[in-house]
Design a protein around this ligand. Structure first.
Ligand code: BGC
Length: 350
């Protein structure tokens, strides 16, 4: 069968490969791939900066933002042929650490977790894939192709949960949220913020293209000014770029007692770093601010993410998918275009 594979840490090694059918040891549920989303992590892997192949293999099947159709549910999954499913990305470490032992593999303490399409297990960019029943999440058929947005939505569902539980350490009635970066993670974070009834502001560099309109359609406010120049007092900042200067200015900008949640990593910083006038510790200590990181998602967040997608305006969600490529043209999907939000690779039609 066809699969998009890569040699991790070897830039330019991605190719459309012919690989054996999925090993039944990968899980009793057999799924036909419908679509796979491409995200920054995939680009990091194909650029040679990230990723691990399975033990004993040179190549890794890429892809962690899945959507597939069950073609054999196996004996015990409770799924039926034709069900639409999304595969959970992370698997707990084998030790297991306390977090993995209680099903919070997104909080893995020893780093020995694995991730499909990223870390030591083949991903979902293959015509067929297998999955363990417990890691296949059934999605509402009404979502159709939009189900491919579930995995990135789980990442922001977790980030919002982290913000909420962090805020609750003291009196907490947040009103205003700032999201930095209007890529798929930023826009989905904005969607969930609006769903929580917050006054949401989204900051991005893009002055044209679909982003300003998508933010306005949510009822949120779009900005292209520097964070420090915004005339708002956010209780929450969800930082989705990983850009160092934006992280620093978010910490400065967030209101006293507020929470800055970092979801982006490793982006090159386009602006020279400005050392803040006030020592960073003064900002954080004297104003009870919290900076917290958030990665990945556990099963609970798949449930919450699916609920958020179901509640959202499906026409709005559809506009997030700005490009579709067939597996033969996977390289196009792996190349960022100026007005891209989410590119997907389509393996089969619905
Ligand atoms: C994925 C997460 C994963 C993270 C780090 C992200 O792109 O959505 O599931 O944990 O990369 O590998």
């Amino acid at each position: 069968m066809r699969a998009i594979t890569v040699v991790p840490h070897q830039a330019g090694s991605a190719r459309l490969d012919d690989v054996p059918d999925p090993d039944p040891l990968m899980g009793s549920v057999l799924v036909e791939a419908v679509a796979v989303g491409v995200c920054g992590t995939d680009l990091e892997i194909t650029s040679g900066a990230y990723g691990w192949s399975p033990p004993g293999a040179d190549r890794l099947v890429l892809g962690h933002e899945s959507l597939g159709r069950v073609i054999d549910p196996g004996p015990s999954s409770g799924l039926a042929n034709g069900d639409l499913v999304v595969g959970i990305v992370r698997r707990p470490d084998a030790v297991p650490c306390p977090s993995c032992a209680v099903g919070e593999w997104d909080m893995c303490r020893n780093g020995q977790y694995t991730e499909r399409g990223i870390k030591a297990v083949d991903g979902y960019m293959s015509e067929r894939w297998r999955i363990e029943p417990d890691y296949a999440v059934k999605v509402d058929p009404g979502l159709g192709i939009l189900g491919v947005l579930l995995e990135p939505t789980t990442v922001v569902a977790k980030a919002w949960e982290v913000v909420g539980s962090t805020g609750l350490r003291a009196f907490w009635e947040p009103r205003t949220a700032l999201i930095t970066g209007a890529g798929p993670i930023g826009l989905l974070a904005a969607l969930l913020g609006v769903q929580r009834g917050l006054d949401v502001h989204v900051l991005d560099r893009a002055e044209t293209g679909p982003k300003p309109e998508l933010v306005a359609a949510l009822g949120a406010t779009y900005h292209t000014d520097a964070v420090g120049d915004l005339d708002i007092d956010p209780d929450i900042v969800i930082e989705c770029t990983g850009v160092r200067s934006l992280i620093l200015s978010s910490v400065e900008k967030v209101a006293s007692g507020g929470v800055v949640c970092l979801t982006g990593i490793g982006s090159a910083d386009p602006t020279p770093i400005q050392i803040p006038e006030t020592p960073l510790a003064n900002e954080i200590v004297l104003q009870n601010k919290v900076v917290v990181g958030s990665v990945n998602a556990n099963r609970r967040h798949y449930y919450k993410g699916a609920e958020a997608l179901q509640r959202a305006d499906h026409d709005w969600l559809a506009k997030l998918i700005t490009r579709r490529a067939n597996p033969e043209h996977f390289a196009d999907a792996l190349e960022r275009q100026p007005d891209d939000i989410k590119a997907i690779i389509e393996f089969a039609s619905l």
